[in-house]
Write a protein that binds this ligand. Structure first.
Ligand code: ADP
Length: 617
C-alpha cells in the first residue's frame, strides 16, 4: 500500500464503518426480513433434501372419505372405524389432529372412546381459544386415554416455515402435537430444556426459548398419505402404518380450515400434513439451525474488511476483480450455509458487501484522482519554478557577461576594472545563492532535506534583507523603515529565512505605489518573535487572502499592476516558516495596504547589561 496521510486512512476507515453500519441497519428492517424469508423459500426449493425413509403416515380424511362416510357430521365414527382397522398393523403412535371438545352422537363418542382405550400410544390435540387465554381440550372421556395432549398451532406467518414447539396459556403449557408424538414414539422420556435447545429421547433439538422454541421444519416430498376411504376398500393397505407414527386429520379442501403455504411448493398444505412434516424433521434429526446475530455481524464485518483491504492494497482491474469475487461470495454464502443446515439471512451479507465495495471503491477512486491532480499540479509547479529561476538567473548572467566583455574589449582604468570585477563577483555570488535556495526549497518540499540548524540574530537577518531590497525600493521612491528590532536569537536555516523575509519585502515593494513607506518591525514575546512587513499598497480582500498561499495564485490587482510574478513565492515562504515551527499571519484591506507577520519561536535574548547604580552605599 502506498504511504498515505493518516487523515486519508482515517477517512477511509470511517466510510467503511458507515457502510458496515448502514448494511446492518438495512438488514434488520421489516422489508429486509421479508426478502430474507423469500430467499429462504427459494433456497429451500433449489436445495431439496435427499429423501429418507419416512417414519410417519398421514391417515387422511379426504374428499372421497367424506363423501363415502357422510361428511364431517360422522367424523368421530369415521375415525373410530379407521383406527379399528389399522390397529392390527401396530402403529408406533397415533396422533389425532381433531380437538373433540364437546359431545356428539353418543354412540359415536362411545365407539371413539372404546378404540382410544386400545391404542398403546395416543396423542390428542388441543387449541388455544383466541382472546380467552385458555385451552380448548378434548372431552375428559377421550383425554383420559391420551398419553399426551399437544397443541396444533403454527407460527404467526402466512407461510409455515417453523412451528413453535411450546405454547402456553398462562401457566398451562403444551408441547406441539408432532413433538409429543415424537416423544411418545420413543421412550416417552421427559423433556430437558436449556435456553438454546430441547432434548428428548437423546435428540437435541435447536429451539431457542426466546423464540417460543420455534423449530424450522425440513419439509420433504413423499410422506405416505393413506385416505381412510382406501382402507375401507383395500384392507391390505394398512401395512403402510406398521411401526410408524400415524397422524389422523382432515385433508379435504372443503373441510380443513388449517391449511397453510409452505416453502416446499406453491399449494396449501393441511395442518395434519404439516404435523407429520414436523415429526419427520424430529425423527430424522435433520434440523436447520438459524445463525446467531453475532455470526451474522461477524460475517458482515468480514465483507466490509475484505472490501476495505482490497481497495487499500490493490488497484485497477485487480481490485475490481477481487471486489466482484467478494460480491459473488456474499450471494453464495447463504446457499452454502443452507446446504450445511445453517439458516443465514440473505440480505445482511449481500447488502454489506455491496455497500462496502461501493464505498471503498468510490473512496479510492476519488483519492486516486486527487493524487493524480496533485501530482499534475506538482509537475506544473516544478516547471514554473524552473522558469522562474531561469528567468531570475538571466539578469546576473547578463551583468556578468556584459562586464566581462567590457573588461576584455576596452582598456579600462584600474578603478573601473576593480569596480567591474567586484560586480562580477557579487553577481556570481547572487547566482550561486539563487541556485542554492531553489535547490533547498525543492528538497524541502519533497521532504528529502533536513534544515540546517544554526543560531543567528534576528537584527542581522532583517538588516541583510532590507539592504538587498533597498535598490528595488529606491527605483519606486519607496522608503523602507526598520522600526523596533527586538533582540532575539533564531534557530534554523538562515539562508532560507533570508529568502522568506526578502520575499515579503519585495512583495511589499512590488505591490505598493511609488512614494509610499514599507515598514519592517520585530516584537518579542517570551518565546516568539513577531516579525512584520507592513506596506501602504494595493491590499487584498478576504477571499484573496484565503488563496494567496496557494501555488501560482495571483490576485487580479497584482496582475493588473504590471509587476512580474509567478504566485509561488508566498507558498515557499509559508513552507519555510512552517519548517521552522512558526506560522504566518496576514492582515490586509484593499487599497489600504497589507501586513505580513511571521511568528517564529525564538531563543531568550541575552539580559541587558545593568546600568551603573547611582546610589552609593
Ligand atoms: P508573486 O510572484 O505573484 O508576487 P507570491 O506568492 O509572492 O507571488 O504572492 C502571491 C500573490 O499574493 C501575489 O501575486 C499578490 O497577488 C498577492 N500579494 C502578496 N504580497 C502582497 C502584498 N504585500 N500586497 C498585495 N498583494 C500581495
Amino acid at each position: 500500500m502506498s504511504r498515505r496521510p493518516a487523515r486519508i486512512t482515517l477517512g477511509y476507515i470511517c466510510i467503511l464503518i458507515a457502510a458496515f453500519a448502514a448494511g446492518l441497519l438495512v438488514a434488520w428492517t421489516p422489508l429486509a426480513e421479508r426478502i430474507d424469508r423469500d430467499a429462504y423459500d427459494w433456497m429451500f426449493r433449489i436445495q431439496p433434501p435427499e429423501p429418507w425413509p419416512s417414519s410417519s403416515v398421514v391417515l387422511a380424511i379426504d374428499e372421497t372419505t367424506l363423501t363415502q362416510t357422510g361428511g364431517m357430521r360422522n367424523v368421530r365414527r369415521t375415525v373410530a372405524d379407521a383406527i379399528e382397522r389399522i390397529l392390527p398393523a401396530k402403529p408406533a403412535v397415533v396422533a389425532i389432529d381433531l380437538i373433540l371438545p364437546d359431545t356428539s352422537v353418543p354412540a359415536d363418542d362411545a365407539a371413539l372412546e372404546a378404540v382410544f382405550e386400545r391404542i398403546p400410544k395416543l396423542i390428542l390435540a388441543s387449541d388455544l381459544i383466541p382472546n380467552q387465554g385458555r385451552w380448548e381440550d378434548p372431552l375428559p372421556r377421550f383425554a383420559r386415554w391420551a398419553d399426551a395432549i399437544g397443541h396444533v398451532h403454527a407460527a404467526p406467518d402466512p407461510v409455515s416455515r417453523a412451528i413453535p414447539l411450546e405454547k402456553a396459556a398462562g401457566q398451562d403449557r403444551r408441547w406441539a402435537l408432532a413433538f409429543e408424538a415424537f416423544r411418545h414414539a420413543g421412550h416417552s422420556s421427559p423433556v430437558l430444556e436449556s435456553p438454546a435447545d430441547l432434548e428428548v429421547n437423546g435428540t437435541r433439538i435447536p429451539a431457542e426459548r426466546e423464540t417460543a422454541r420455534a423449530m424450522y421444519i425440513r419439509y420433504r416430498e413423499g410422506i405416505p398419505e393413506l385416505p381412510i376411504a382406501k382402507i375401507r376398500n383395500d384392507p391390505a393397505s394398512i401395512e403402510v402404518v406398521r411401526n410408524k407414527a400415524v397422524f389422523i386429520g382432515v385433508t379435504a379442501q372443503t373441510a380443513a380450515r388449517d391449511r397453510l403455504l409452505t416453502p416446499l411448493r406453491d399449494e396449501m398444505m393441511s395442518g395434519v400434513q404439516i404435523h407429520a412434516q414436523a415429526f419427520e424433521t424430529l425423527a430424522s434429526g435433520r434440523f436447520l439451525h438459524p445463525a446467531s446475530n453475532t455470526a451474522v455481524i461477524l460475517m458482515c464485518l468480514f465483507f466490509t474488511a475484505a472490501a476495505g483491504l482490497t481497495f487499500a492494497f490493490l488497484s485497477g482491474w485487480a481490485a475490481y476483480g477481487v471486489a466482484a469475487s467478494l460480491l459473488c461470495m456474499a450471494h453464495v454464502v447463504p446457499h452454502v450455509a443452507f446446504s450445511s443446515n445453517i439458516i443465514l439471512p440473505y440480505l445482511a451479507p449481500v447488502w454489506s458487501a455491496w455497500l462496502s465495495v461501493a464505498a471503498a471503491g468510490s473512496w479510492q477512486y476519488f483519492v486516486v484522482r486527487r493524487q493524480l491532480r496533485q501530482s499534475e499540479s506538482e509537475k506544473m509547479r516544478y516547471q514554473h519554478a524552473i522558469q522562474l529561476v531561469t528567468h531570475e538567473m538571466r539578469s546576473p548572467l547578463t551583468a556578468i557577461q556584459g562586464s566581462s566583455e567590457l573588461m576584455g574589449r576596452y582598456n579600462l582604468s584600474e578603478e573601473k576594472r576593480r569596480q567591474i570585477a567586484q560586480m562580477i563577483n557579487s553577481e556570481s555570488k547572487r547566482l550561486a545563492r539563487m541556485i542554492q535556495t531553489f535547490l533547498d526549497v525543492e528538497r524541502l518540499t519533497d521532504g528529502s532535506m533536513k534544515l540546517r540548524s544554526e543560531t543567528f540574530a534576528s537584527g542581522d537577518l532583517i538588516d541583510t534583507c532590507v539592504e538587498r531590497a533597498r535598490p528595488l525600493a529606491e527605483r519606486k521612491n519607496i522608503q523602507v523603515l526598520v522600526e523596533t528590532v527586538a533582540a532575539a536569537s533564531l534557530k534554523g536555516d538562515r539562508e532560507l529565512m533570508e529568502y522568506a523575509i526578502y520575499n515579503l519585502l519585495t512583495n511589499a515593494i512590488k505591490y505598493s505605489p511609488a512614494e509610499t513607506v514599507v515598514t519592517v518591525s520585530a516584537r518579542r514575546d517570551s518565546h516568539t518573535l513577531h516579525l512584520s512587513v507592513r506596506d501602504q499598497g494595493i491590499g487584498m480582500d478576504e477571499k484573496e487572502l484565503r488563496n494567496i498561499f496557494q501555488k501560482f495564485y495571483r490576485t487580479k490587482k497584482a496582475e493588473a499592476s504590471g509587476e512580474a510574478g509567478t504566485g509561488i513565492g508566498l507558498s515557499i515562504v509559508e513552507q519555510i516558516v512552517n519548517h521552522h515551527g512558526g506560522r504566518i499571519e496576514v492582515v490586509s484591506s484593499p487599497g489600504k495596504g497589507s501586513c505580513f507577520t511571521m511568528v517564529l519561536p525564538c531563543g531568550i535574548a541575552p539580559p541587558p547589561v545593568p546600568a551603573p547604580s547611582l546610589v552609593s552605599q
